[in-house]
Every structure is written in C-alpha cells, then in structure tokens.
Design a protein around this ligand. Sequence first.
Ligand SMILES: NC(=O)c1ccc[n+]([C@@H]2O[C@H](COP(=O)([O-])OP(=O)(O)OC[C@H]3O[C@@H](n4cnc5c(N)ncnc54)[C@H](O)[C@@H]3O)[C@@H](O)[C@H]2O)c1
Ligand SMILES: O=C(O)CC[C@@H](O)C(=O)O
Length: 526
Amino acid sequence: MPKVLVSDPVDQAGLDILSQVAQVDVNTSLSPEELVAAIGDYDALMIRSGTKVTKAVIDAGQNLKIIGRAGVGVDNVDVPEATRRGIVVVNSPEGNTIAAAEHALAMMMSMSRYIPSADRSVKSGEWKRKDFTGVEIYKKTLGVVGLGKIGSHVATVARAMGMKLLAYDPFISAERAEQLGCRLVELDLLFREADYITLHLPKTPETTHLVNEEALATMKPTVRIINCARGGIIDEAALAKALREGTIGGAALDVYESEPLGDSELRELDKAIILTPHLGASTEEAQVNVAIDVAEQIRDVLLGLPARSAVNIPGLRPEVMQKLRPYLQLAETLGNLVGQLAGGRVQELTVRLQGDIAGGDTQPIMVAALKGLLSHALQERVNYVNASIEAKERGIHVIETRDADIRDYTGSLNLSAKGSLGEHSVTGVLLGGSEIRVTDIDEFPINVPPTQHMLFTLHRDMPGIIGKIGSLLGSFNVNIASMQVGRKIVRGDAVMALSLDDPLPEGILDEILKVPGIRDAYTVNL
Ligand SMILES: NC(=O)c1ccc[n+]([C@@H]2O[C@H](COP(=O)([O-])OP(=O)(O)OC[C@H]3O[C@@H](n4cnc5c(N)ncnc54)[C@H](O)[C@@H]3O)[C@@H](O)[C@H]2O)c1
Ligand SMILES: O=C(O)CC[C@@H](O)C(=O)O
C-alpha cells in the first residue's frame, strides 16, 4: 500500500479520501530536518502553507510521486525541482476563493469601525464610545488591485454594499472589469483616488513592494489598505512609517514579508492596523474544499490516473503526455514569450501549427500555448486544466490554423498575440526532437534558445549599435550569455535577441531606449 505523509493540519474529509488507497501518517510537528529524514518512506506529501518543501526534501523523497498543496499558493514548494524529478505538484486553485475574499471584506469592515480595538477596550473594563467613531464604506471608492477569482468576488460584494469600484489588473479586459461594475484604471490613478485599496494579485518580482514609500505618498491621507494576498507586495517598513506619521488612514494585513511575523513594529501600531495570522483560507468550508480537492488528486495519481489541477504537469494520460511533452514545452515557452512581448491585456492569440505538429490532437498544444500566455500574470494559478477557462474569462479570442506541409523544419509553431504593447509574433521549433529554438521574432529571422532572462530590441541596422547595447549592459553588470541579430534587408530594421545571465536592473530599459537607432526594447523573463 502506498504511504502518504500529511505534515500540516488538513480537514478529516481529505484524510478519509487518502485512507481509501494509502496508509496515511499525520505528523504536523516535524522540523525541516525531521521532514528530510522521514520523507524517503513516502509516495505522497500533503501540506498547507506551513511546510517548506525545499530541494533537500525533494532530494530525500526518493519515492515521492506527488505533492499536494491544500490551498492556492505553491510558493512554499520548490516546483522546478519537483518537476525535474517528475513529481506532480497539485493545488486547489478555487477551494478557498470565497474564504479569502470574505476575509478581505471583514478586514475592511473591522477597520472602518475599529472593531478589534473597541473590543479590546471594552474587555479591559473601559467604555469609550468617542474614541471609536468609524466611517461608512457606503459610496466610498474601493480600489481592487488584481481582479482574478478573489478580487472579483470582493468587487461583487463591495458593489452590492454601495461602493464605487476602481480596478487595476494589466491582464484583464475592460469588458470583464465592466461586468463586475469596476472601472479599469492605471495603478497610479487607483492609488490616488481610492478610499480603500485591497490587494488580490500574486507576489512576483514585479509586484514585490508594489505598495512602497512613493506609492503611499500619492494616496489619500484617509486611505485604508488591505493585504490578504501575499506578504511583500507591501513594503512593511514604508507602511509602518506612513501609519506612524498618519499620512494614511489605516491598514489590515493577513500576510507578511516573513511568516510567522517576528518582532515587527507593525505590532506596535495598535488602532491604526489590524493584523491576522494568515487566516484568509481558514474557514471550515474552505478547509473541507481544499482538503477534498487535493486528497482526491493524490488518490488519483497514486492509482495511476491524471491529476486535474497539476501546476507543473498537464492532466493528460501518461502515454499521451510522453509523446507530446516536448511540443507542450515549446508551446508554453512561446506563449509566455509572446505574452510578455505583447505586454499583457491580450485580446487575441493566433496559433499556427506547421508540419508534423499540425497532425493529430492539437488541443493540448493550444492549451499549453494559453498556459504559457497567462503564466506571467497568473503564475501557479494557471494550469493545463483551467488555462482555456481563464483565457475565455479574460476575453482572449483564440484562433488556430494548421498546415501539415513540411517547410524548413519538420514542425514549427508560430504564435501571434495582440496586447497592450501591440501585435507581436514568435516562431519556434524543436531541434533533435527536444531542444527549443526561437526562429523568428516579428518575422525577423533569428536562432536563439530561450533562457530565463532575455532582452529583445528593434533597431536600425547600423554600425556600432550592438557594441553600445553591450557596453550599456556591462555598465549595469549584466552578463550576456548569447546574442543574435536578425534582419530582412541590409541597413533596414533589425531585431536583436540577447540571453542574459542576470535579470535586467530597473531603469536600464529607459537607457537602452535612449540609444540612437533603437526603436523599441522588451525584457522577457521565462
Ligand atoms: N490570505 C490567504 O490565506 C490567501 C488565500 C487564497 C489566496 N491568497 C492569495 O490571494 C491572491 C489572489 O488569488 P486569486 O485566487 O484571486 O488569484 P487569481 O490568479 O485568480 O487572480 C490574480 C489576479 O492578479 C492579476 N495580476 C497579476 N499580476 C498583476 C499585477 N502586476 N498587477 C495587478 N494585477 C495583477 C492577474 O491578472 C489575476 O487576474 C494570490 O496572491 C493568492 O496567493 C491568499
Ligand atoms: O494554507 C493556508 O491556510 C494558506 C492558504 C493561502 O495562502 C493559499 O495560498 O491558498
């Protein structure tokens, strides 16, 4: 019988499902070292946010087939390492949506009426009514940053309570926002005009410290900010300073830069801030939902069946997966690349399948392309199961064309996307059946392997320009791994594709755009 280790508290409903097919051991007090020592015996690991599944845990988990996260975020799992080891990582993308949305709404209401401090005051024997005069949320403006599953529910309820709604989400169409009663605006306007700001976006390098000292300085002095998304989206030191100096009205946090929250000045701010210990998903209903959702997937994988919400491996039959895996990787990489070039808010994606890729069942390839396209925005929340639904909800029109004729390569894939930065296209092929090469960008021929950090420029083909970009990157201590230039005619327009060893530091793109002859520049992180 397979063995499952459950290392965080999960609902009994999940344990009952696991017990149908496995020996289940629940041990929620393991230290990181004890987990590494124990994991070798287990075929599956079920966790919540408490357990950190590091490379050391994965290396020691020689029998591990699946890691199940009873919740959304898999930021406590080393997913790339699990993928390398062929371990399926599953989550529950929707099981706690309502719980997290209601927690954010509860924070907004409690903050407006000083409920936690009034409660403390009465319990300490006081009766101070004047100190706790609150404000109404009716007719106030709520700025929702991130209009995905949780943000949408918050918006719907807030609208019913008579609030005016602004939203910022670079990957959502104005029509979708309008359906939810939100005016889609730029972030600086939302920061300036909102009476309440609630964050419902993933934490990524781009969203880290999205709410920082400069942003806080542009907000109303009465603004109240809620973060039930991820710690680190708000710069805690800047927030504490703004609250201390009274330049904003209040804050309510459920998540922190480091959890559990240690010695922090946030704890000293009393009436100005409400702090909860990452309780967004902690409702009876959500815990039952996520436990069942994830336990069912662990059971299925242990029985040799596909998982429906794998964040790293498509929910396809193993034999189909085996054959398609390189093509899926190609489609996902090109989708991610073209999505970033098109700049988010994509309205249309055209996928052209050429040669041997055009035969057989192309649907998984289409799904992989959409997963790649959305992955920059949705991170681990998009998978092979929900990519099509997520694309539909975002109003992305998908076009597929097939041509089975073999041209320069036995098979190639071309993706064009229309987004907020205009229309861009990329073509890619598989060399030797597995190595991905990008063979053109916007119809300029190149030949580059995709890498984690990339820079693309559109420039005039003229002497000296390549050297200037090279020296500029050097002056910012960015190392170039490889570089390719593609052009259609001599001294016409050209495209330069650079693979970089380091991420591009802030501000460098502006410097590149100032180089004479450079028409456009894009950074891409794959
Ligand atoms: N506190 C908790 O216990 C708890 C529980 C569940 C989820 N969460 C967190 O809540 C957040 C939202 O979860 P969800 O299920 O709604 O996710 P979701 O994927 O459905 O929505 C996220 C939205 O953020 C948008 N987005 C991405 N980058 C953005 C950016 N730079 N600026 C603005 N918007 C951006 C995406 O387009 C998407 O619409 C996540 O961070 C998740 O980890 C917290
Ligand atoms: O397990 C938890 O309670 C945290 C859940 C939440 O942050 C999530 O990402 O789903």
